[in-house]
Design a protein around this ligand. Structure first.
Ligand SMILES: *Cc1c(COP(=O)(O)O)cnc(C)c1O
Ligand code: SF4
Length: 342
């Protein structure tokens, strides 16, 4: 299993509210199905979950689970996180590292693919496990940026004057505690050529209590211009006030808010849902950034939308929204100098 045990992140610090909520997350599909009154309906097709969950375990916070419609086996939020036996099927072209992450690792925790930007893998832990995840087999144990590797990464970044932006990724980088984040940001902003900090996270809509006042203070107190990219795939994920408050708190810290989604079959694979998503994001103060075609990760073929269907959906989306609410449709092709427009 590539994901870290949770307690590894919390050693040596007292447990805060959001950390106990994370500890309290559902860790077995049957618990969730019972909570959703779906245990009778869905158990038969999920009987043999051991194979997939051994490789990439099941995890979902109660907050996210509460956004799922009870009794609806086709709920678009449920489909993102419920393991199915489809994950055991091999499909041609679906591999363990479809985007060439392993080749882009410079030192443990540091990935560089594109000019001017460097990406840090801070942890393998997430608030939920998305079944379509492109890093479901990433070797976090060896390749995450533990405190032991931090100086190596900082030294490497200091020697590369062309790097102006640092992207915090994972896993979910906001699973780190405030003190660790603060220290890391201090070390990064001490490097004069670094101008921007970018955080990619699902926390605002899966564990909104994580966006606490201390985090707001940490993000307010840096000279780095900060961008936060939420990963939200469906409008139902941002329908609730606590998430909206968390997002508003980030905006108060002068954080520039963007969103990226993955185009997922039967989850958001129609123009109407994507229009609602863009509208809901904008109401929350977030601008659409990317709509990713699925990375062809082993076990995720059942989420794929064909190229022709993606084009048709995207054309309709463009006809229904002002340009600034249309995310860029992209795919990551390994070896290219940027994400590739579709
Ligand atoms: C996707 C990605 C980025 C960010 O690309 P943008 O187009 O700037 O959003 C940066 N580094 C790596 C390694 C990536 O995979
Ligand atoms: S939050 Fe991101 S890294 Fe974590 S499981 Fe979901 S897609 Fe993967």
């Amino acid at each position: 299993m590539s994901i870290n045990p949770l307690n590894q992140e919390f050693q040596g610090s007292s447990i805060s509210h959001w950390q106990s909520q994370l500890a309290n997350a559902f860790r077995h599909p049957h618990e969730l199905l019972q909570f959703l009154n779906l245990d009778h309906e869905l158990n038969p097709i999920n009987q043999d979950l051991t194979t997939v969950t051994n490789q990439f375990s099941f995890l979902v916070t109660r907050y996210y689970a509460e956004r799922i419609q009870k009794g609806n086996p086709q709920d678009p939020l449920l489909l993102q996180i419920l393991p199915t036996s489809n994950e055991d099927n091999d499909h041609a072209g679906f591999v363990n590292d479809p985007v060439g992450d392993n080749k882009a690792i410079k030192t443990p925790g540091l990935l560089q693919k594109y000019q001017g930007r460097a990406l840090l893998i801070l942890t393998g832990t997430c608030p939920i496990h998305c079944r379509y995840c492109f890093r479901r087999e990433f070797p976090y144990q060896q390749q995450q940026l533990g405190s032991a590797h931090e100086q190596l990464v900082i030294d490497s970044l200091a020697k590369q004057p062309n790097i102006t932006e640092i992207i915090l990724s994972g896993g979910d980088p906001l699973i780190l505690g405030n003190r660790r984040l603060e220290q890391l940001i201090q070390n990064l902003q001490a490097i004069p050529h670094i101008k921007r900090l970018r955080i990619h996270t699902r926390v605002p809509t899966t564990l909104p209590s994580r966006i606490d006042d201390q985090l707001k203070a940490v993000l307010s107190n840096t000279r780095l211009k900060t961008v936060l990219v939420t990963h939200i795939n469906h409008p139902n994920e941002i329908s609730e006030q606590q998430s909206l408050n968390a997002i508003a708190k980030l905006a108060e810290a002068n954080v520039h808010l963007l969103n990226q989604s993955v185009l997922l079959r039967n989850i958001n694979s129609d123009a109407k849902t994507l229009v609602e998503l863009s509208e809901a994001l904008f109401s929350a103060g977030i601008s659409p950034y990317y709509l990713h075609k699925l990375d062809k990760t082993r076990g995720t073929a059942h989420f794929e939308v064909s190229d022709s269907m993606a084009q048709a959906i995207y054309q309709e989306l463009q006809s229904l929204l002002p340009g600034y609410l249309v995310p860029k449709l992209v795919r990551e092709i390994p070896g290219q100098p940027s994400k590739t427009l579709q």
